[in-house]
Design a protein around this ligand. Sequence first.
Ligand SMILES: O=C(O)CCC(=O)C(=O)O
Ligand SMILES: [Fe+2]
Length: 330
Amino acid sequence: MKEDKDSKWFDVEFVPKDYIFPKEDQPRNIDSPVCDSIPVIDLSNSKADGHINPVESILTASQEIGFFQVINHGIPETIVNDAMNVLKEFFDMPSKKTHTTGWIYTSSTDYAKDGVHLWRENLKHPCHPIEDCIHLWPENPTRYQEVISAYLVEIQKLSSRILEMISEGLGLQSGYFKGMSEVQLLSSNLYPPCPDPSLTLGILPHQDPSLITLLYQSDSTGLQVMKDGQWVNVGAIPNAFVVNIGNQLEIISNGKLKSIKHRVVNNTHETRISIATFVNPSPDCIIEPAKVLVNELEPSQYTAKQYKEFVQCNKAFGDYTVALQNALKN
Ligand SMILES: O=C(O)CCC(=O)C(=O)O
Ligand SMILES: [Fe+2]
């Protein structure tokens, strides 16, 4: 590592030893072709115009791959670009506190698996209701709170719309997820260029502990999804959102919708920033298969559990599970 004070942990010629994963965890097919089997769903389509109803497309994708992308979702590009820019400024700041009451920043030296570090930095904070938590978010860059709250207002509208479509597709009553999807968590990642991405990982394989997750990744790839036993890349479509089914929705759907394993690989040249918003049940919410989806032919496949119990048992948010749960106040 160069020693000047402006140099960053990733300004290196070779991957430091403690970022190299054991052979069995190292990504292999990072150059695999972009997967075109993650459906891209145009939310402006309607049956009246002769298109497949987006509700049907969303349901099919959620059943088969657990992932889809949405375009023409109505979120203005400027709001999304502003959010990406302010997060880039945040990650560029030379010193960031690591742990405050309202937000958690983890440098690449945290979140290790068996002593190996991820090739990324991460910022997490709760974001619902915005007016109750905005004052706890980072104060620098000075535009952070204003820009990110504008982004989250839009994300909350889009996630409610998608959950409503899923509820319609599953045959649940209208508004089924309202009131159950009020806890949202923002998790933004910075994946810097890496001298040898075949040795490192941006995020380990995992499933999301959410109902659904909405991800903005701009035009840079890195996200991979496990499909038919292989890691496949999720294409990067500027201005699209990647949506995936989390394990809570898999349970509620009695296994009809799939929460699929995914990971992030690094690349040599680009800095990649992603913004994930986890739409989670509230901590006390009891998660179990929806009654109308359970019958003699399709018995319940899951036992009922409070969401906070699930999070604790699975350490769903890694080492910061407890800190995040406290921040999310019941
Ligand atoms: O950064 C990404 O592309 C994916 C992030 C992710 O999977 C997560 O935060 O759970
Ligand atoms: Fe994830």
